[in-house]
Ligand binder design. Structure first.
Ligand SMILES: Cc1cc2nc3c(=O)[nH]c(=O)nc-3n(C[C@H](O)[C@H](O)[C@H](O)COP(=O)(O)O)c2cc1C
Length: 198
């Protein structure tokens, strides 16, 4: 079971693994699928916050706080985002949006901050994905190129880059399952390129 809490001392949100069942993470990893079909059923705010807390617990380069998260559960806002984002094929009850303050990333980390923050957003998104599955929800990654449009819809300042838009909700009955997964093979090299582990 994954649970979120506020660390009073540092005023940060942390994800604690309480009651860690052996093999639970492996099981959650195996169940991870991109979901593009959701039930028309609201998600409790505490579950959304648990998923957001998992995203917030991912690291950032040099521990610089350049990540921002947003939960969207207003159907009008979701509809507006879907209109400018063809990649968002799902019609979910909620979205988790992972963003970067690029100005802060570059100022505090250097030019590499522009790229490191994208890596961090991927890590945050994967944390959220696994926490969502653990909570019985489903999600996936989508990216958006219409940056000016999404900034207007969400009232974002220009320094914020939207890295991931994650649809969140309960999976529809016919949503993809583990058993229907096509697994692409990933070469695993050992010590030298071409020394493939078999
Ligand atoms: C960086 C990134 C961007 C993605 N963008 C989209 C997207 O815009 N729309 C979408 O439907 N899926 C998107 N996906 C989901 C992938 O297509 C999906 O994860 C992949 O097909 C593997 O399927 P699985 O996650 O079910 O194993 C994205 C995945 C990643 C990692």
């Amino acid at each position: 079971m994954v649970c979120a809490c506020i660390d009073i001392g540092t005023n940060t949100t942390r994800v604690l693994v309480a009651d860690a069942e052996k093999g639970k993470l492996t099981e959650v990893l195996q169940r991870r699928r991109a979901c593009r079909d959701f039930r028309d059923e609201p998600v409790a705010p505490e579950l959304l916050r648990r998923v957001a807390a998992a995203a917030a617990s991912a690291s950032t380069a040099s521990n610089v706080p350049y990540r921002h998260l947003m939960i969207v559960d207003d159907p009008r806002v979701i509809r507006a985002i879907r209109q400018i984002s063809p990649a968002l094929r799902a019609d979910p009850p909620c979205l988790l949006i992972v963003m970067t303050d690029v100005a802060m990333a570059v100022e505090r980390v250097g030019r590499v901050g522009e790229v490191s923050s994208l890596i961090d957003s991927g890590a945050a998104g994967e944390n959220a994905w696994l926490a969502a599955i653990d909570a019985g929800l489903a999600t996936g990654f989508t990216m958006i190129s219409a940056m000016a449009g999404i900034r207007t819809i969400l009232g974002l300042p220009d320094i914020l880059r939207v890295d991931l838009i994650m649809p969140l909700g309960y999976p529809a009955e016919h949503a993809p399952t583990v058993s229907r997964r096509r697994r692409p093979s990933t070469p695993l090299h050992v010590n030298q390129y071409g020394h493939v582990d078999s």
